[in-house]
Design a protein. Sequence first.
Length: 168
Amino acid sequence: MQQPKSLKVAAVLAFAASLWSAPSPQAQEGSGSLSWSKDPTSHCEFVAPLSLTAGPTYWTGACPGNKASGPGMLRRRDGDRAGPAFYGEMRAGVPVIGVIDDEGYRVGRFKAGDIGGDAELDPQVRLDAFRAAAKAAREVSGRYAGQGNAASSRHYETIAKQLDMQIE
């Protein structure tokens, strides 16, 4: 038995409304508590994990809708000096999972404004975080290779291999 056309339209509209009202990563994390930053060069917007500390932070990765998304790197810089880096997955400007490299690794999901705040990290989350970080470092390496910057490309490929070694 076929449904009347008006029921089909209503079903499609209800489905579309459910997608439109689905909580974003920002809403899930509590957008009022997130502090948004902007890459000083590209103006791409993101939430930097607290462990990166305050200051100029740059995003290397995709930026659809002016929000950092997908695998990539957030890097703190003070002039010519590179600071700590987050390698991992971003969604609509908000970190999802990855690793902060700052003279040691902070590993895990984004929670309460930072990466890896759990005292006892689930082993699977640790593996997933290092995999996401290695993928992100390779993405950064590929971007530099595409720009003809072989030295930076090699540097981030080396970082990807170091992150891979944490999985084994």
